[in-house]
Write a protein that binds this ligand. Sequence first.
Ligand SMILES: NC(=O)c1ccc[n+]([C@@H]2O[C@H](COP(=O)([O-])OP(=O)(O)OC[C@H]3O[C@@H](n4cnc5c(N)ncnc54)[C@H](OP(=O)(O)O)[C@@H]3O)[C@@H](O)[C@H]2O)c1
Length: 229
Amino acid sequence: MTSGAAVVIGASGGVGGAVRSRLEASGRFAVVHGVSRRGDGVDITDETSVAGLAARLGEGPPLELVFVATGVLHNGFEPERSFKAMQAAHLLRDFRVNALGPALLARHLIPLLTRDRRAVFAALSARVGSIGDNRLGGWHSYRASKAALNMILKTLAVELARTHPQAVVAGLHPGTVDTGLSKPFQRGVKPEKLFTPEQSAAHLLQVLDGLQPADSGGVFAWDGARVPE
Ligand SMILES: NC(=O)c1ccc[n+]([C@@H]2O[C@H](COP(=O)([O-])OP(=O)(O)OC[C@H]3O[C@@H](n4cnc5c(N)ncnc54)[C@H](OP(=O)(O)O)[C@@H]3O)[C@@H](O)[C@H]2O)c1
């Protein structure tokens, strides 16, 4: 066991809840904080809320792992099939939750990351956020917000390499996971390609364990393969 802490933001979600349980069961960290909007009122799009979280976490041991498991895909908006369906409110909502929220978490939680040993800042992204891999089109708001997240992570990695040489910043693609977020889009997914949250959490934590500072800034899929930029 280390003397440091792990924090999972979005612990009320499918993947986030499974990651939190797995970290707790591993006994690797002195403390595992599970944080959510539903449970703790922490809204990642509200800077006062994020600053309050940081103040609370700052009273405990230094952070060795920040795992951002928040995100939104539908909830009130249908992912766009055409540019004709794009709406300002949808674009803004997805950017706020998927890109701005993780950026605020980085702004307030990176100062709590340990510097004298390995530390990881990871966020759940999605393969569809890859610009190079985009062959199908559609899902404009979600794709673009995840591409923005990937750039935020890359930029953090460049900066942290100077101040936290042992740190790793990573985006993660969890696979298609059976959660509320993917529920409306599971038709056509082969059963063996639809992971339980527990399977996905096991894969993702294994991938994180294998990452080196030289990998920092990349996005990695559940099987450890790098997702094209
Ligand atoms: N499931 C998949 O197949 C899949 C595939 C690729 C990528 N991903 C990515 O994986 C991540 C987790 O997805 P999931 O499948 O576990 O989804 P989920 O079960 O719907 O969980 C989403 C989580 O995000 C939280 N959240 C949303 N908006 C928030 C806000 N403003 N402030 C704080 N928390 C907020 C939710 O909190 P509340 O409970 O309070 O609403 C919930 O904890 C997402 O980033 C998603 O894009 C998932």
